[in-house]
Design a protein around this ligand. Structure first.
Ligand SMILES: NC(=O)c1ccc[n+]([C@@H]2O[C@H](COP(=O)([O-])OP(=O)(O)OC[C@H]3O[C@@H](n4cnc5c(N)ncnc54)[C@H](O)[C@@H]3O)[C@@H](O)[C@H]2O)c1
Length: 335
């Protein structure tokens, strides 16, 4: 019996998931809802699904649901789906602000349903190479620099507006916060300097992170760099060892003082494979089948939000912020 899965939102990212889910024989892509009915109809037609006329209709017809709507709508829709007992795949970010993130994490814990967050980069082959090297002890990170730039905050036309995005860090940089935890474990504190260069929003960050392991790392993220490659990059240095990623296309590594550098390139793969989308969707269906736990949990989603809020708090106060001392009631989504 195939799992009936529905989509809420039929925009760009929903099209990726619809394509991948309809290629998985274990899935019946059932109902799709979008505020703009013509989008739901077009996507449903392409994949043999049905356009729904409401969120409730999708929840009534499907065992699991993908939330693919704009950032600020995730929590409300996710709470509704969890309350209806549905298994949920929710696009990033998990929530905007700590109070909402806490509310959603608690609701998921109480419901006991499956909840996966769309941090697809974990499953990009370049990041799998780096993760495996760390997990298998071939690389012990001593020094780390991460970078995630954007070319502009002009396109789409609302991307500069923190009322719609939650803030610059909630857009693509949220992936880096998840990856930093994925590779290096929990973060104990952050110290941040930030500027608002355009649009009156903080869009230029230099971040120092201290991990519970004792490792420290730097991350920079800037909104207006032009799309000069690589705008996304990790540099990880161990004892006489270096790993460098270049977008999600390429990873280079060198072990030892007199050894050659190995470079693996993945840009011949489709974007769905290279960016980890196919693998995250496959793993979600595996979790539905009971084969494994969800690959990126509600707690993982929460922790990325907690890090973002710690960064905004440090940027505003100029203080080092200990992540565990952040209070949900004192840290809101306002910038
Ligand atoms: N993981 C990734 O790599 C990745 C990539 C792109 C987008 N995203 C995330 O996915 C989400 C959607 O982004 P997108 O680029 O697909 O946006 P989009 O604007 O292309 O699509 C969003 C769709 O949601 C619909 N919508 C808005 N509010 C709705 C509601 N309450 N109920 C039903 N439909 C509603 C809109 O009409 C639109 O069609 C965002 O949160 C974004 O951050 C993640």
């Amino acid at each position: 019996m195939a799992y009936s899965i529905g989509l809420i939102g039929a925009g760009e990212v929903a099209q990726i998931h619809a394509e991948l889910l309809s290629q998985d024989a274990r899935v019946h892509l059932s109902h799709i809802y979008d505020l703009r009915g013509e989008r739901a109809e077009a996507l449903a037609r392409r994949h043999g699904a049905q356009a729904a006329s409401s969120v409730e209709e999708v929840l009534g017809k499907c065992a699991a649901v993908y939330i693919c709507t704009p950032n600020t709508t995730h929590v409300e829709l996710a709470l509704q789906a969890v309350a209806a007992g549905k298994n949920v795949f929710c696009e990033k970010p998990f929530a905007i602000g700590l109070p909402a993130a806490q509310k959603l994490r608690e609701a998921v814990q109480q419901a006991g349903t499956l909840f996966q967050v769309g941090h697809n980069r974990r499953f990009a082959p370049v990041y799998q190479v780096l993760k495996k090297a760390i997990d298998e002890g071939r690389l012990t990170p001593h020094s780390v620099h991460a970078r995630m730039n954007r070319g502009e905050l002009l396109n789409p036309p609302w991307v500069w507006n923190s009322k719609l995005t939650g803030g610059f860090l909630y857009e693509t940089p949220v992936h880096m916060f998840d990856l930093l935890r994925f590779f290096f474990g929990d973060v104990e504190w952050v110290q941040v300097a930030a500027h608002a260069r355009e649009h009156g929003e903080l869009d230029d960050f230099s971040i120092l992170l201290g991990f519970t392991s004792g490792l420290h790392a730097t991350m920079t993220t800037y909104g207006h760099a032009t799309w000069h490659f690589p705008f996304e990059r990790f540099e990880v240095f161990g004892h006489h060892a270096t790993y460098e990623t270049f977008e999600m296309d390429r990873v280079s590594f060198t072990h030892g003082l007199e050894s050659a550098t190995t470079t693996l390139t993945f840009n011949q793969l489709s974007r769905n494979d290279c960016w980890g989308y196919r693998e995250e969707d496959r793993l979600f269906v595996d979790a539905l089948e009971g084969k494994c736990a969800v690959a990126v949990s509600a707690d993982d989603g929460y922790r990325a939000i907690e890090l973002i809020e710690a960064c905004y708090h440090s940027a505003r106060s100029g203080q080092r912020v200990h992540v565990a001392t952040l209070q949900a009631d004192t840290v809101g989504a306002q910038r």
